[in-house]
Design a protein around this ligand. Structure first.
Ligand code: CMP
Length: 138
């Protein structure tokens, strides 16, 4: 069964959007197979966002993503990677459609409430960085 990673970022946790986001995913028919509140650190973020490490905004990503706990989850279902990407909306919350998670709950390109795996391969990489096989219910 296809899996994707959803991280509710520190702004989403602080604003108490965890239940709202889980509810949207459950109503779409997807199943959470792992979930935990965790504090990220720079070392993990350098691997997680390897394609952004050299960008000028990378230090901002680190300070924002380490500013509080994130809710890290693995969700499972048919075409879960692409469907959850659509549910999240485009990266920049100020440009995301209403009805999407980022469009409804986010603020801007950085404070965009959720990180979503962008492909099946990225989901596998992200699962390996944050979860052990024992964490995942099958
Ligand atoms: P995410 O989907 O987690 O993937 C990479 C993150 O980098 C993205 O969400 C944003 O939070 C952040 N990001 C991308 N582009 C910019 C930018 N131009 N300025 C600040 N943050 C950005």
């Amino acid at each position: 069964m296809e899996k994707t990673v959803v991280l509710i970022k520190p702004d989403g946790v602080q604003k108490k959007y965890v239940g709202e986001i889980i509810s949207r995913l459950e109503k779409k028919g997807f199943t959470m197979v792992s979930g935990k509140l965790v504090m990220l650190n720079e070392s993990l973020l350098r691997t997680w966002y390897a394609h952004h490490v050299d960008k000028p905004f990378f230090p901002d990503i680190v300070s924002y993503m380490t500013s509080g706990p994130v809710m890290a989850m693995i969700w499972e279902g048919d075409n879960v990677v692409s469907v959850v990407r659509e549910m999240a909306g485009v990266t920049d919350s100020s440009k995301a459609d209403k009805g999407t998670i980022r469009g409804d709950l986010g603020e801007d390109i950085q404070r965009n409430v959720v990180h979503i795996s962008d492909a099946v391969e990225s989901a596998q990489k992200e699962i390996g960085l944050l979860f052990t096989p024992q964490d995942i219910l099958e």
